[in-house]
Design a protein around this ligand. Structure first.
Ligand code: PA5
Length: 445
């Protein structure tokens, strides 16, 4: 189970003021439970962990097995909430060099549809040329340009290389039950498909087939992931007292920090495998809270790597930041620092120590330095990088995000701001139906 420690924020804000949020948090929890708050048509994520059925998990695992048996590579096509959750879990659990190893335990997982990079897509299609590959096409709307464009390329290539019949077997759709191009294509072509529930928004969808199917294809245990999330659903439930509820404390602390001028939250890890968990978290909090001209700006760093770049700014730059550190208690493997007779690097004082002991001291030293430098610091400890811990961590952040958005007074479940660029892009590309916008935008250039 994860634990949260806010002690090192308390020189900057008071515990009393954090606990003063208790009634507001209770109201936010009730609004989530009773569906009486803003965005209440998007609360399907709230009890997902405890309501996922064994049959649903078995269906996902069976489909994952078909892809694992018939593919050397599987491309996960999706963007934003239809991509980041799966990647966060897969990268956190995978061997860092899995894709370079000759003997693979399953298909290589690749990603597309999350950018419009011509070179990226060219290189991907080149790589796939001599591979038996499959595709998971993930889009709730079924019309997202980035994903649809990548899927158009991949579908054709898969059919050309593997034939229509095999393509049908190794292309899977995760999309709306009824609407959108991805649904129509899946039904017309006879693809196996999974439904993204109407009431679950993209950034809260990691525990739907959006996240679960790719994670299962990558060979990880989705039952354990869901079990970890279900345990956290309980631990963050509305009847858990404020002081014992990590989601409540996190939401209250970040809102109190924000009130005190700390406008930027930096999610920190000391484990490179957590990079995409931070990417997922940035979307979750950025899209949920950044609206109505308010909201904490979520950003992230990978330490100790970024201590050699962003460390200077964090230590001595503008004092509008705070850090939330994710600390992983136990490593999966063990590696000790060897002794060296010449000791030219002067590191013999570390000989015999585990690499993680050095990392943990870097973590502690950094925390103390940053607090001394005026940066409040929260710490989330997870026991290990495994399915249970990650499931718990993801649900913890989701629940806290719902509460935090309500404390801030915004609708945490919409994202009206993401439409502006799309409208301009379609106008600039002369998309049919955008004639007026095209004229207006051309006049501005
Ligand atoms: O959180 C969100 O709603 C977005 O990030 C979407 O997930 C993203 O834009 C992809 O949308 P779709 O699944 O409709 O392709």
């Amino acid at each position: 189970m994860i634990s949260l420690n806010i002690e090192k924020t308390l020189g900057f804000i008071s515990k009393e003021n954090v606990f003063a949020y208790e009634a507001q948090v209770k109201a936010a929890q009730e609004a989530l439970e009773n569906g009486t708050g803003k965005g209440n048509d998007f609360l399907g994520w709230l009890h997902l962990p405890s309501s996922i059925t064994k049959e649903h998990l078995a269906d996902l695992k069976a489909t994952a097995q078909v892809l694992r048996e018939n593919c050397e590579a599987v491309v996960v096509a999706g963007i934003g909430g239809s991509y980041l959750g799966a990647r966060a879990v897969i990268e956190a659990l995978s061997n860092s060099f899995a894709w370079l190893q000759d003997k693979k335990s399953g298909p290589v997982i690749l990603y597309a549809g999350h950018n419009i990079g011509e070179d990226y897509l060219y290189e991907l299609t080149e790589y796939l040329k001599d591979k038996k590959f499959g595709v998971i096409n993930i889009s709730k709307s079924g019309t997202t340009t980035e994903t649809a464009l990548a899927f158009r390329l991949l579908k054709k290539q898969c059919e050309d290389q593997r034939g229509k019949e095999m393509a049908k077997k190794v292309i899977v759709a995760v999309t709306d039950a009824k609407k959108g191009a991805a649904r129509v294509t899946a039904d017309n072509e006879g693809y196996k498909s999974f439904i993204i529930p109407d009431n679950v928004g993209g950034r809260f969808s990691v525990l739907t087939p959006v996240g679960l199917l790719p994670i299962a294809v990558a060979g990880f245990d989705i039952e354990k992931l869901v079990a970890g999330a279900a345990a956290m659903e309980k631990a963050c439930g509305k009847d858990v007292p404020f002081a014992e509820n990590p989601a409540a404390i996190y939401a209250a602390t970040r809102n109190e920090l924000y009130k005190n001028g700390k406008k930027i939250e930096i999610l920190v890890n000391f484990n490179p495998k957590l990079h995409y968990v931070s990417e997922w978290w940035k979307q979750l909090y950025g899209e949920s809270e950044g609206k109505e001209n308010k909201g904490i700006f979520p950003t992230s760093v990978d330490f100790s790597t970024d201590l050699h770049s962003m460390g200077q700014w964090i230590q001595e730059g503008e004092r509008t930041i705070y850090e939330t550190v994710i600390s992983v208690e136990k490593t999966q493997y063990s590696l000790q620092v060897p002794s060296d007779e010449a000791n030219l690097d002067g590191l013999n004082f570390l000989a015999g120590k585990h690499v993680d002991e050095v990392n943990k001291m870097a973590e502690l030293g950094t925390q103390l330095a940053h607090v001394d430098g005026g940066v409040p610091n929260m710490r989330i400890v997870i026991p290990a990088l495994n399915e249970e811990s990650l499931g718990g961590l993801l649900y913890f952040f989701e629940k806290a995000c719902g509460i935090s958005g309500y404390l801030l007074g915004v609708n945490p479940f919409n994202q009206p701001g993401v439409e502006a660029y799309k409208k301009n892009m379609f106008a600039l590309l002369n998309k049919p139906g955008y004639e007026e916008e095209s004229k207006a935008i051309q006049a501005r250039l």
